[in-house]
Design a protein around this ligand. Structure first.
Ligand code: NAD
Length: 547
């Protein structure tokens, strides 16, 4: 149902219960008369601005971030316009509440805080009827779907059906950061069971209390889901999110050429990290081809970033092999080297000729990287010795602790700056507050894929792209890096100010759409002004006049 048809039928209390139409106390006198609302609201009519001020003061009065999250999600379920208006006007303050780090805590407590479905729960028991379930969703023009099976939620592991908080949070960012209309967004939890015994044994757990499906049964369920999406929402882009890496790489390979899809942990993270590396170059000087990169973590994020760095290095003239040799990975068994026999397929392109190295400190000493990038979900693994060693052979060591949420960060901003006497170029997956050392205030960047996926999604929707390609993430990275100002860099931040995220998303979307047209992937006519096309797709959180 479109918003307009919904409005034709909604009336009285039903209108107040429809989050996309509800204006709460902002319904005018005339609307109250015409829409059967008289008496259902307190008499005073308030403006959207007054409502925002009230919401913000309520948020700030809450005792904990989880309370703030619960309050804001209830608001989203009640009045989406007001929710997005408050969030968009206060990105810096509220993004850490609706997304990482607080969303991690919310997922861990999801069974307790769940109130109303904000997306679809599709379980292994729904085999054979998934298309029917999709048709139960009240909106028909879905353009962006975020689906998870809950196996690798942030760095928190298998949270089963409680992982639903992630698609909900990601799609909130699609709307807040890039203006994808809420009615075009669909969060999906594909509940295939959980191997988290604590959840399975918890009588209050909301998902299937059974072992995770594996093998052909799992693949058949995903296949039915992907096919049903093509059937019911043919214009939708499908984002895979927080799948375990054994399935994530396989599903990406299986579907990327067939449908409009991408994996944000693999490709979006790569885009934001490459942008951060380009930003770092503006501080350190030199070119990407002069640098070496060492990753702690050889999973979706680590290998995804390496693949995009290889593309960037090849664009600067290196051969594929030479480009790969600039990227080194450390996993739970040490440095990824050719002689190892325990390597998963996705690591093989980055297994180089080198003697085995057992731990990260020894790897840093052996490889002498320019940048150390943490994507292992293992907290506090960038120790003082490791960070100081990075500082010995780099004037400005690049230290990115990208694991989420904050409790999983490889080191804190304070540690990175303190252990390098303020020389580190630091970014983290979840935000850290500014830190002052010897009178200098360092503002670290948030190396989070939320800088990239909303703009990519908007570009794909605006151009009607039939596929999402790695090249789109490459242009997204270059565009994002180009938006970092000298003053951002002067404070130590290799990303643009978060408050500019809508402008950033428009620029990324225009670059992605431009590429879609250039590569014949677009399904709408090429307009004269691509930025205008992109902007015409953006939702604004403003109340409509109903009478
Ligand atoms: P993954 O499960 O695919 O990979 C994790 C990797 O870490 C595996 O290769 C594993 O072998 C390795 N590992 C585990 N313990 C280790 C140890 N002690 N030492 C070295 N390596 C170890 O997960 P992923 O999708 O790559 O995500 C990893 C982390 O990155 C998570 O915490 C996630 O939140 C974070 N991440 C951040 C962003 C962002 O935008 N900042 C995006 C994606 C993922």
């Amino acid at each position: 149902m479109t918003i307009d048809t919904e409005l034709q039928t909604a009336h009285g209390v039903a209108l107040l219960h429809d989050p996309l139409l509800n204006k709460g106390t902002s319904f005018t006198e005339a609307e109250r008369d015409a829409l059967g609302l008289r008496g259902l609201l307190p008499p005073k009519v308030t403006t959207l601005e007054q409502q925002c001020a009230k919401v913000l003061s309520n948020v700030r009065r809450k005792a904990t971030d989880l309370d703030r999250y619960t309050y804001l999600i209830s608001l989203q379920e009640r009045n989406a316009t007001l929710f997005y208006r408050v969030v968009m006007d206060n990105m810096f303050e509220l993004m850490p509440i609706i997304y990482t780090p607080t969303v991690g805590l919310a997922c861990q407590r999801y069974a307790l805080i769940f109130r109303r479905p904000q997306g679809l729960f599709i379980s292994a028991n729904d085999r054979g009827r998934i298309a029917d379930l999709l048709r139960n969703w009240p909106h028909t023009d879905v353009r962006m779907i975020v689906v998870t099976d809950g196996e690798r939620i942030l760095g928190l592991g298998d949270l089963g059906a409680c992982g639903m908080g992630i698609p909900v949070g990601k799609l909130s960012l699609y709307t807040a950061c890039a203006g994808i209309a809420p009615a075009q967004c669909l969060p999906v939890m594909l509940d295939v069971g959980t191997n988290n015994k604590m959840l399975r044994d918890d009588p209050l757990y909301i998902g299937l209390s059974q072992d995770r499906l594996r093998g052909p049964m799992y693949d058949e369920l995903v296949e039915e889901f992907v096919t049903a999406v093509q059937d019911v929402f043919p214009k939708a882009c499908l984002q895979f999110e927080d799948f375990g890496n054994t399935n994530a790489f396989r599903m990406l390979r299986k579907y990327e050429k067939r449908v409009c899809t991408f994996n944000d942990d693999i490709q979006g993270t790569a885009g934001v990290t490459l942008a951060g590396l380009y930003g770092s170059l503006r501080i350190t000087g030199g070119k990407l081809v002069d640098k070496k990169f060492l990753f702690q973590g050889a999973g979706e994020a680590g290998v995804g970033i390496c693949n995009l760095i290889v593309r960037a290095l090849m664009a600067e003239g290196l051969s594929e092999q030479a480009a790969r040799e600039r990227c080194w990975l450390v996993d739970s068994h040490g440095l990824v080297v050719k002689s190892r026999t325990d390597l998963a397929e996705h690591k093989l392109p980055f297994a180089h000729d080198h003697a085995p190295v057992a731990d990260l400190l020894a790897a840093v000493e052996a490889i002498k990287p320019t940048a150390l990038i943490g994507v292992s979900g293992m907290p506090a693994t960038f120790t003082e010795a490791i960070v100081k060693t990075m500082g010995h052979f780099n004037q400005r060591p690049v230290i990115f602790a990208l694991s989420n949420p904050t409790s999983k960060a490889e080191c804190t901003a304070e540690q990175a700056y303190t252990w390098t006497d303020g020389r580190a170029i630091f970014a983290s997956g979840s935000p850290f507050p500014p830190f002052t050392l010897n009178g200098v205030t360092h503002v670290s960047g948030q190396g989070n894929n939320s800088y990239v996926f909303p703009g990519v999604g908007l570009g794909v929707i605006a151009s009607g792209a039939t596929h999402v390609t790695d090249e789109m993430f490459f242009v997204a990275a270059k565009t994002l890096a180009s938006l970092v100002t000298e003053s951002d860099l002067a404070s130590g931040n290799v990303y643009p100010d978060l408050q500019r995220i809508r402008e950033v998303s428009v620029k990324i979307a225009a670059a992605v759409a431009e590429l879609a047209f250039a590569r014949n992937l677009a399904s709408v006519p090429r307009p004269r002004d691509i930025t205008e096309l992109v902007q015409s797709h953006m939702y604004q959180p403003l109340y409509q006049d109903y009478v």
